[in-house]
Ligand binder design. Structure first.
Ligand SMILES: [Zn+2]
Length: 399
């Protein structure tokens, strides 16, 4: 039953994950990330080695909750995998499995996409010199021009939330085009600290913990690592899409053909390295280039200027030097339409920054926009989660 792998709260999800990990015989590493008056928040990592004494040489990784509230899908995929573990056959015999539960546990617990410092962890995977470079970000002014829409500072009243916001978004869409707004949003800001899609100024604690944890696998060759980071919120309801590195596109196309109504397959989103994108963002003519860009309607559209993604570029640095690239994908499950998701982010972020005592109300918008609590959606998540994990694991070279 799909439903039993899902949870209604972070604590419930964590409890199910830990119980299933114990049952599967996994080693569990618990990393405290942060705490507040309501509780403590942990990243829990389950490791399943082919045999207890063997040295890991190949890894299949599933991470969940990089975007907090989106973690309920990835958590369920991990719990489902652990519950089936003893029956066998989940991964090839030479592969060690690593399940990272709740990269952003604070966001998962509070149904928000961003973390305890309002940072979007999927824009924060950057090296110190790259954060430095972003001080010269030339497209900050484009995000800034949408600031009144993205980041209201006065309480959005009931009329605005249900009627006004749609007219306002329609006005911006008519004036600028949806692709342009989406790009301005997903390219993220590195200066508006209270904004949606704020990438931060330094590597956040969650990522420091994650990177340091993977030190134990520092000898593993990157080419023998497959990594799925599970997300929600992009694309048609219950349909997944795989966003990976441009160089893996042919391989991903072969592994994951489109299935109408089920999967939109791989989309080639990250063709450039982080430094190349930074050059575009911080170089002469960045604004002009963005203004002139053509924006399509696909899920991956608009990410041309995004950096700091938990991508192949980033996780490859965890493993042996000059040993190839990690085969990494973000598996995105569709929930609601783009504008509904955007509205939810704006409203929840207003509440968290300006009306914390009523955040329980504001966060229902993001919960409902990123977590579709129907039997059909949940069953699709588990089905495709398993499919993608199994195929990626099977693609890891044995020698
Ligand atoms: Zn996400």
């Amino acid at each position: 039953m799909a439903d039993s792998c899902f949870a209604e709260s972070y604590e419930e999800a964590r409890g199910k994950f830990l119980a299933a990990a114990a049952e599967a015989g996994a080693e569990v590493v618990t990393l405290p990330v942060t705490e507040d008056a309501e509780g403590k928040y942990f990243m829990d990592i389950a490791v399943l080695t082919p045999s207890p004494s063997s040295t890991p040489t190949a890894l299949a990784v599933v991470s969940s909750g990089t975007h907090g509230v989106e973690g309920y899908a990835g958590s369920a995929i991990q719990i489902d995998l652990l519950r089936r573990w003893k029956a066998g056959g989940c991964v090839p015999s030479h592969v060690t499995t690593v399940l990272v539960h709740a990269v952003n546990p604070y966001g998962m617990a509070h149904f928000r996409r961003f973390n305890e410092n309002n940072v979007d962890l999927n824009r924060n995977c950057l090296q110190p010199d790259q954060f430095e470079k972003l001080k010269e970000d030339r497209i900050a002014s484009i995000y800034g021009s949408f600031d009144p829409l993205f980041n209201p500072t006065e309480e959005p009243g009931v009329f605005y939330r249900n009627v006004g916001v749609w007219f306002r978004m329609a006005y911006y869409v008519a004036s600028y085009g949806i692709g342009y707004i989406k790009t301005a949003m997903v390219a993220a800001t590195y200066s508006q600290e209270k904004g949606i899609f704020y990438g931060g100024k330094k590597l956040e604690k969650s990522h420091v913990l994650l990177r340091d944890f993977f030190q134990r696998f520092a000898e593993v060759e990157a080419r023998k690592v497959a990594w799925v980071d599970v997300h929600t919120g992009l694309g048609p309801t219950g349909v997944d899409v795989l966003l990976g590195s441009g160089k893996d596109y042919p391989k991903l196309q072969e592994l994951f053909p489109k299935i109408a109504g089920e999967s939109d397959g791989p989309q080639n989103s990250f063709g450039l390295t982080v430094d190349e994108v930074l050059k575009r963002r911080c170089g002469e003519g960045a604004e002009l280039e963005m203004n002139g860009a053509h924006f399509s309607a696909s899920q991956s559209a608009g990410y041309e200027f995004s950096v700091g993604i938990l991508s192949s570029d980033w996780v490859t640095t965890f493993f042996a030097k000059n040993s190839g690239q990690v085969l990494q994908v973000a598996q995105e499950f569709g929930t609601l339409g783009n504008l509904s998701v955007a509205r939810a982010l704006m409203l929840e972020n207003y509440g968290w920054n300006h009306d914390r005592q009523n955040h329980d109300f504001w966060r229902t918008y993001t919960r409902d926009a990123f977590y579709v609590r129907t039997g059909d959606w949940k069953a699709r998540v588990l089905r495709r989660g398993d499919e993608v994990f199994r195929k990626l694991s099977a693609a890891i070279p044995s020698a």
